[in-house]
Structures are given as structure tokens and as C-alpha cells.
Design a protein around this ligand. Structure first.
Ligand code: G6P
Length: 369
């Protein structure tokens, strides 16, 4: 079994450390920055359909739904297409308004999630065009869609999704850039710059691993915390949700992810010296706002762990712990900022003696509703 795990103790940590490769695999043959080349083969014949869509509806569950929230920001920002992100289980039961001018993107690692499959069938019956972003080749969802792009992350064994998430975000980012380009919404310069920046992501993710020991030390300090709050804004809001989900799934610690500005409408009441708060506080358009949110938590004696951009000199003096991630293009932030959260949840779960790869009550693929 250790051989299968490539010498690691668990599949989850093997898969976390595989991400520089799996992210690169999601771009292989698709993106060549030096040539200004970006093409998703499986979607090529449908790119005009996507570019002309009135609206994109993303359907997914769990971690894949979080990848969908990241994609919402990207499609809206880059391609100026209106996007809605739906839990497949809600969408399918509420007589949704959807028709021939809508494009649905179904995101699923396994390609077998029953609710996502049912959402696809419903949208299809109303005339929408359906694209899939799946990891498992030939899976039910991949077969039910009109076209799609595989994530090529390789088999994911750990129940808590890690490398599939970053591969999904990588593929969706490429889709958003390609459709923006097709729509003429990007200048040649911006387009080229995005491709160059995306191509550097595997190296940047590798650099985050240099902080693994520091993250382990933080995990040790918070091993027996009973609650956690994760806060982020913009593209880091879905990352906060994903960080909280990872911790819940494998350590069984109650955790909530929230948009940082919404904290004052409720979760701030929970903050005291026993409440660890993880802030996604990278240098982006929300930076100053996040700094104020950190001050609000510190004023109430919350214990703050901040994910910051390398070289940030302001936040380290304000918080209890920092974990640095390399500077990346603002739109690509989730691909690096999620990595320390995966590691933090992994180390806490191991220190608590949990069954990391097969947490209680959870299934890798949920084929019943
Ligand atoms: C299950 C898994 C999650 C996953 C979700 C959606 O709950 O435990 O890791 O995110 O299903 O699965 P899918 O295969 O559709 O991405």
C-alpha cells in the first residue's frame, strides 16, 4: 500500500504534492504561452456557442461547486458573460428558467454524481448546451454532455478532493481566457500575459510546499481547536469555503467559510480567544479591505492565521501566524492560496488520528441522491 502511495502515508498528501504535475497536465497540449496558443480540443467546435451565450449556468456539488464559484469570477471578469453557480441538487428540483441560449457547465471529478447528472438531463431537455469538466474519462457525466474538457489530474483516491480541484480551476481558467479571446474582450497583451502567468503556476505551487513544515507547526498548535472560521473576499471567497470544507471533511472540526465582509452580519459574534480565524489575505484588489477585517478579528482577540503574499510586511505584525504564497496574477490566486489550506487540514487530521483518506460518512463518488 505504501508503494501505491508513492512512499507517502496517505493518498491525500501524495495528491496534494502531485499538484505541480497535475496542474501542468491540465494545460498540456492546450496552452503554449510562448506561441500565444490556447486551444481546448474538445470544445473547439463549440467556442462560438460559448462566446454567444446569454448566460452560463454552472452545476456541481461539493468541492466541484467551489471550483464553479471561482469560474464565475473568471468568466464574468474576462469574458463579461453572466454566470450563475448552482448546487446541482437544488437546481434540479426547482423548475429552473433555462433554454436554448444558455450554456451549462457541469463540473465533476468522478463524472458520476447523481444530482449533477440529473441537473444535466433536465437542462438538456430544455434545449441548453451542456459542457462537462470531468476528471474520469468516459464517465456518465462526460458521456451525457455535448462537449467538454477533461481535467487530466489522474486518479484521485483520497475522498477529500485536492488535485482535482486545482485541475478544475486550471481548465475553467483556460476556458474563460479562450472565450474572452474569442469575444474580443481581451487585448493581445493581456491575453499573452495571462497565458504566461498560467504557465508559471506549477512552479509557484511547488514553492508553497517549502512552507509545509511551518504549516505542520501551526497544525500542531491548533490540533484540538473545536471550531475554525475561514474568511476571504473576491476570488479568495470560494477558497475560504474550500478550506473550511477540507477541515470538516477529514478532521471533523466544525469550520465555516464566509465572505470576509459578511462576518459582521453574524460570525463575528463567535470570535473570542478560542476562535482560530484563517484569512486569505493575498495582495490583490481586496487587500486593504481584508486588512480591516483582520483588525476587527484581532480587536476581539481571535487568533489569526493569514495566508499572505511573499514579501508582505504589513500583515505579519498584525496576526498570530502567517503562511506565505508566491505572487501570482490576481486572477490565478486560488490556485496557490488553496494549497496551504489543504496542507493545514491534512496535518490537523493526521495529528488527531483521523482516517484521512476515508473519512467517516463520506463517499468519493455519490451516485445516489
Ligand atoms: C463527494 C466527494 C467530494 C466531491 C463531491 C462532488 O461529496 O466526497 O470530494 O467534491 O462528491 O463530486 P464530483 O465527483 O461530482 O466532483
Amino acid at each position: 500500500a505504501t508503494i501505491e502511495k508513492g512512499g507517502y502515508d496517505h493518498f491525500m498528501i501524495k495528491e496534494i504534492f502531485e499538484q505541480p504535475r497535475s496542474i501542468a497536465d491540465s494545460m498540456r497540449g492546450r496552452l503554449i504561452a510562448s506561441e500565444g496558443h490556447l486551444q481546448l480540443g474538445g470544445l473547439e467546435n463549440y467556442m462560438n456557442k460559448l462566446a454567444q451565450a446569454d448566460r452560463i449556468v454552472i452545476v456541481a456539488c461539493g468541492t466541484s461547486w467551489h471550483a464553479g464559484l471561482v469560474a464565475e469570477y473568471l468568466f464574468e471578469e474576462l469574458a463579461r458573460i453572466n454566470v450563475e453557480v448552482e448546487y446541482a441538487s437544488e437546481f434540479r428540483y426547482r423548475n429552473p428558467v433555462i433554454g436554448e441560449n444558455d450554456v451549462v457547465i457541469a463540473i465533476s471529478q468522478s463524472g458520476e454524481t447523481a444530482d449533477t447528472l440529473a441537473a444535466i438531463e433536465l437542462a438538456k431537455s430544455k434545449g441548453a448546451t451542456i459542457f462537462g469538466v470531468c476528471n474520469v474519462v468516459g464517465s456518465s457525466i462526460a458521456r451525457a454532455t455535448h462537449a467538454g474538457a477533461y481535467t487530466h489530474a489522474g486518479p484521485e483516491i483520497g475522498v477529500a478532493s485536492t488535485k482535482a480541484f486545482t485541475a478544475q480551476v486550471t481548465v475553467l481558467t483556460q476556458m474563460a481566457i479562450a472565450v474572452a479571446r474569442r469575444k474580443g474582450a481581451l487585448t493581445e497583451d493581456t491575453y499573452r500575459q495571462l497565458l504566461i502567468e498560467l504557465e508559471t503556476i506549477p512552479t509557484k505551487v511547488q514553492q508553497v510546499f517549502e512552507y509545509a513544515d511551518k504549516i505542520k507547526e501551526i497544525a500542531f498548535i491548533f490540533t484540538y481547536a473545536r471550531n475554525f472560521i475561514y474568511l476571504g473576499r473576491g476570488l479568495n471567497f470560494p477558497v475560504a469555503l474550500e478550506g473550511a470544507l477540507k477541515l470538516k471533511e477529514i478532521s471533523y472540526i466544525h469550520a465555516e467559510g464566509y465572505p470576509a465582509a459578511e462576518m459582521k452580519h453574524g460570525p463575528i459574534a463567535l470570535i473570542d480567544e478560542d476562535m482560530p480565524v484563517v484569512f486569505l489575505a493575498t495582495k490583490d484588489g481586496s487587500y486593504d479591505k481584508i486588512v480591516s477585517n483582520i483588525q476587527e478579528v484581532k480587536a476581539r482577540k481571535g487568533r489569526v492565521i493569514a495566508i499572505i503574499t511573499q514579501g508582505d510586511t504589513r500583515i505579519p505584525g498584525m496576526v498570530d501566524f502567517v503562511i506565505e504564497v508566491p505572487q501570482v496574477h490576481e486572477l490565478l490566486t486560488p490556485l496557490v492560496s488553496v494549497i496551504p489550506l489543504q496542507l493545514l487540514s491534512y496535518y490537523i487530521a493526521v495529528m488527531r488520528g483521523r482516517n484521512v483518506d476515508q473519512p467517516r460518512n463520506l463517499a468519493k463518488s455519490v451516485t445516489v441522491e
